[in-house]
Design a protein around this ligand. Structure first.
Ligand SMILES: *[C@@H]1O[C@H](CO)[C@@H](O)[C@H](O)[C@H]1NC(C)=O
Ligand SMILES: *[C@@H]1O[C@H](CO)[C@@H](O)[C@H](O)[C@H]1NC(C)=O
Ligand SMILES: *[C@@H]1O[C@H](CO)[C@@H](O)[C@H](O)[C@H]1NC(C)=O
Ligand SMILES: *[C@@H]1O[C@H](CO)[C@@H](O)[C@H](O)[C@H]1NC(C)=O
Ligand SMILES: *[C@@H]1O[C@H](CO)[C@@H](O)[C@H](O)[C@H]1NC(C)=O
Ligand SMILES: *[C@@H]1O[C@H](CO)[C@@H](O)[C@H](O)[C@H]1NC(C)=O
Ligand SMILES: *[C@@H]1O[C@H](CO)[C@@H](O)[C@H](O)[C@H]1NC(C)=O
Ligand SMILES: *[C@@H]1O[C@H](CO)[C@@H](O)[C@H](O)[C@H]1NC(C)=O
Ligand SMILES: *[C@@H]1O[C@H](CO)[C@@H](O)[C@H](O)[C@H]1NC(C)=O
Length: 308
C-alpha cells in the first residue's frame, strides 16, 4: 500500500512558491566609525564588487587597504546568472547590507533577486576557508505529512550524495518522487572552497534544513560558502528538461509555479547563535521573518502568525 496513497496525497499538495529575499548578518566582531579609513575602504570594496563581478563571470574577490584598515570582499552570483541578473542581485544585496550593517567591520548579505547571490566583506582574510555559520534558512510554508516528507527527504539526500562526485557539487538535479511528482534540487558553493569543504557545507545545510524545517515542502539554506535549495517545482530556469515534457497522451501538466504574488514565507536560521528575530515589512504580498536561531516554539509561533 502506501505508494498509491502517497501519490494522491502529493497531488493534493498546494504548491506555494517561495521568493528569496535579502537576508543579512552583521557580525559582532567590532565596529568602525563613520568617515574612518576603514569606512572608506569598505565603500571602495563594495563598489569594486558591484562593478567587477559581471566581468569576472559571477565570482570576484578583492582586497583594499593596509594594516588593520584592510577590507576583504567577496561576491558570488549563483545559478548561472546572466550579467544583468547578477548585477541586479548584487546591487540590491549591497544596498541591503549597508542599511542593515552600517558600521560593522564584517557582514554578509544573501540576495535572492532574481537569483541567489552572496556579498561579503570582513577585516580578516577569509578567502578559501570554509565557514558553516551564520546560516539563513527559508522554507515554504506549505506542509507535508511526516511520511511524505521523509520520502521526499530521502530523495533529496540521494541527489546530494550523487552530486558529491561532481566538481564542487554544483548541481541542478531532478528526481522522481512518484510517477507524477519530481523533486528539484539546486546546490552550489563559492568557488574559493575546496571540493571536500563544499561537500561538508552542503551536507551541513541539508542537515540544518531537516532540523529547522522538518515537514515543510521546500526551502533553502544559505551559508557563507554554499547555497542549497529544494522544491517540488522547477525554479531559476535551471531544469530545462522539465519544460519539454515527453509527448505522453493524457497527463495533467506538472503543477506550475504559482504566479507573481508570493505567499508568506519564512526566513529562519538553525542554531547555534543568539536569538534574534527580525520582522520584515509586513505587506499584503510578502512577509519576511528572519530568525537567527530556531527554537521549536518560535518556529511554531511564526508559523501560526504566518498563517493567521
Ligand atoms: C556595534 O554597533 C552596533 C550598533 O550599530 C551595536 O549594537 C554593537 O553593540 C556594536 N558592537 C561593538 C562590538 O561595539
Ligand atoms: C563625515 O564627513 C561628512 C562630510 O565629509 C560630514 O558631514 C560628517 O559630519 C562626518 N561624520 C562624522 C561622524 O565625522
Ligand atoms: C574593479 O572596480 C573598480 C571600480 O570600483 C575599478 O577601479 C577597478 O579597476 C576594477 N578592477 C578590475 C580588476 O576590474
Ligand atoms: C550595479 O552597480 C554597478 C556599480 O555601481 C553599476 O555599474 C551597474 O550598472 C548596476 N547594475 C544595475 C543592474 O543596476
Ligand atoms: C582572491 O582569493 C584568492 C583565494 O581564493 C586569493 O588567492 C587572492 O589573492 C584573492 N584576490 C584578492 C584580490 O584579494
Ligand atoms: C591598528 O593597528 C595599530 C598597530 O598595528 C594599532 O596601534 C591601532 O590601534 C589599530 N587601530 C585600530 C582601529 O584597531
Ligand atoms: C562526499 O565524498 C567525500 C569523499 O569523497 C566523503 O567524505 C563525504 O562524506 C561525501 N559526502 C556526502 C554527502 O556523500
Ligand atoms: C533573469 O532572471 C529571471 C528570473 O529567473 C529570468 O526569467 C530571466 O530570463 C533572467 N534574465 C536573463 C537575461 O537571463
Ligand atoms: C509591498 O512591498 C513592496 C516592496 O517592498 C512595495 O513596493 C509595495 O508597495 C508594498 N505593498 C503594500 C500594499 O504595502
Amino acid at each position: 500500500m502506501g505508494s498509491k496513497t502517497t501519490v494522491s496525497l502529493l497531488l493534493h499538495l498546494i504548491f506555494l512558491s517561495i521568493t528569496l529575499t535579502d537576508a543579512q548578518n552583521c557580525y559582532n566582531t567590532g565596529n568602525f566609525t563613520a568617515n574612518s579609513t576603514y569606512a572608506k575602504n569598505r565603500d571602495l570594496v563594495l563598489r569594486s564588487l558591484a562593478s567587477n563581478v559581471t566581468a569576472n563571470r559571477g565570482f570576484y574577490n578583492t582586497t583594499i587597504g593596509s594594516g588593520n584598515d584592510t577590507v576583504y570582499g567577496l561576491v558570488h552570483c549563483m545559478a548561472s546568472s546572466s550579467a544583468e541578473n547578477c548585477s541586479l542581485c548584487v546591487n540590491s544585496s549591497i544596498q541591503a547590507l549597508m542599511t542593515a550593517c552600517p558600521n560593522q567591520k564584517e557582514a554578509i548579505s544573501w540576495g535572492g533577486n532574481p537569483l541567489p547571490c552572496i556579498v561579503r566583506y570582513a577585516n580578516r582574510y577569509f578567502f578559501g576557508s570554509l565557514e558553516l555559520s551564520p546560516t539563513s534558512a527559508l522554507y515554504n510554508t506549505g506542509k507535508m505529512d511526516a511520511t511524505q516528507f521523509d520520502q521526499a527527504w530521502s530523495a533529496v539526500k540521494d541527489i546530494v550524495t550523487r552530486a558529491n562526485s561532481t566538481r564542487n557539487m554544483l548541481a541542478a538535479e531532478t528526481t522522481d518522487l512518484s510517477s507524477t511528482q519530481k523533486i528539484y534540487v539546486f546546490m552550489q558553493c563559492t568557488p574559493d572552497v575546496s571540493q571536500s569543504n563544499c561537500g561538508e557545507c552542503l551536507q551541513q545545510s541539508v542537515d540544518d534544513y531537516k532540523s529547522c524545517c522538518y515537514s515543510y515542502q521546500g526551502g533553502a539554506v544559505q551559508k557563507p560558502n554554499c547555497f542549497f535549495r529544494w522544491d517540488l517545482y522547477p525554479y531559476y530556469n535551471l531544469f530545462p528538461q522539465v519544460t519539454s515534457p515527453s509527448p505522453s497522451p493524457s497527463p495533467s501538466p506538472p503543477p506550475p509555479p504559482p504566479a507573481s504574488p508570493s505567499p508568506p514565507f519564512i526566513v529562519s536560521s538553525p542554531p547555534p547563535t543568539s536569538i534574534t528575530i527580525t520582522k520584515g515589512k509586513e505587506n499584503t504580498t510578502s512577509r519576511t521573518v528572519i530568525v537567527t536561531t530556531v527554537p521549536t516554539a518560535i518556529l511554531l509561533a511564526l508559523e501560526a502568525k504566518a498563517r493567521g
